[in-house]
Design a protein around this ligand. Structure first.
Ligand code: ACO
Length: 331
């Protein structure tokens, strides 16, 4: 049995936070943000809109486009670092309940910006082992809830949104996900952290929101991201005897245009191969790759058989890449 990437869906909240608006909140300029990150605006969820609310909207689209029924889904895995509840219940169980799927396996994965590649690998493993048939994977983030809007080094980067995909069992090898690589280096965990509130640094008194905000060593993370991602992408292509030219869509995690450009240039990808949504959504962490795939899909540019190369890097530190043909049921 193989695992096939059947469909994609995404959701972006309505509210736009522009660079100009950020200049009123912190000491920054549109020019600095644009030049250093490529970001022009990002979406911000409504105050009462949760990560699971966004996940459900993306998931419903993905299921509708898969040609399957909701009741065919036998597992839901959500990648998030901004869950509805920090300990329990998991966001995946909340999503399952909101979708009326109370009997499925449901759990979350925490791998920051690499989350979608991690959940993709989990879906592939469950399907190939014969344990599940139709897995809904979701990357969903309300980053605005864990972002410090007085820290110009991080608040200019992050945005909210969700993306989802249906991964299904197939006997047809041509439809199969070719390969997935995931990795982590915990020795660099302090590069990207929400340091307080867990057992490593418990709250002594009442919970303080700012204690759970993201802290990042941006420049150090940047350098490691470029080196690691380039090596990882070169490696997965080489292992599978695939040339950059054979990749239809290079879908990198949308953290910073300069990181994407450096990796894209190293691989000599043509502009039309590189998927870019960073200007309009910023960094939506685990949601960024499925939101970017959805963008290509909704532009009518994602065709059956197209080969996608996904790659991501994030807190942990974690990173990963995947070679994924688009294999819809209805061609
Ligand atoms: N506006 C104006 N100036 C700023 C801003 C800002 N928003 N932010 C920082 N600066 C200043 C700094 O204070 C510094 O000033 P100094 O030279 O006087 O000290 C100068 O700009 C340069 O700062 P750097 O941090 O070196 O800037 P850099 O070019 O590295 O850009 C950025 C910062 C955009 C954060 C970049 O480092 C980056 O994108 N890092 C990687 C992020 C990433 O990929 N994270 C992983 C995924 S996220 C996740 O997993 C949740």
């Amino acid at each position: 049995m193989y695992a096939a990437f059947r469909s994609i869906g995404a959701y972006a909240p309505e509210k736009i936070l522009s660079n100009d608006e950020l200049t009123k909140m912190v000491d920054t300029t549109d020019e600095w943000i644009t030049k250093r990150t490529g970001i022009k605006e990002r979406r911000i969820a409504a105050e009462n809109e949760t990560t699971s609310d966004m996940a459900v909207k993306a998931a419903e689209k993905a299921i509708e486009r898969s040609g399957l029924n909701k009741s065919d889904i036998d597992m839901i895995v959500v990648a998030t670092i901004s869950p509805d509840y920090f300990n329990m219940p998991s966001t995946a169980t909340v999503v399952a309940h909101k979708m009326g799927l109370d009997k499925v396996t449901a759990f979350d994965i925490s791998a920051a910006c690499t989350g979608f590649i991690y959940v993709l690998s989990v879906a592939k493993a469950f399907i190939e082992s014969g344990m599940k048939k139709n897995v809904l994977i979701v990357g969903a983030e309300k980053m605005s809830a864990i972002t410090d809007y007085t820290d110009r080094g991080t608040c200019i980067l992050f945005g909210d949104g969700a993306g989802a995909a249906v991964i299904s069992a197939t006997e047809n090898k041509e439809e199969a996900i070719v390969d997935i690589h995931t990795a982590a280096d915990g020795s660099l965990g302090d590069f990207l952290m929400t340091p307080d509130g867990g057992t490593g640094n418990p709250h002594k008194n009442e919970l303080k929101a700012e204690a759970s905000f993201i802290q990042m060593k941006g420049n150090e993370t940047f350098k490691i991201a470029v080196r690691t991602l380039t090596n990882d992408v070169v490696d997965i292509l080489k292992t599978n005897n695939i040339t950059p030219n054979e990749v239809t869509h290079f879908v990198p995690h949308q953290a910073n245009y300069r990181i994407i450009k450096a990796v894209g240039d190293a691989l000599k990808f043509r502009d039309e191969q590189v998927v870019l949504t960073v200007a309009k959504y910023g960094n939506t962490s685990g949601a960024s790759i499925p939101m970017a795939i959805n963008e290509v899909y909704e532009q009518g540019k994602l065709k059956a058989g197209d080969l996608m190369l996904l790659d991501a890097f994030g807190g942990g530190l974690t990173w990963g890449s995947a070679l994924v043909p688009f294999s819809p049921l209805t061609k």
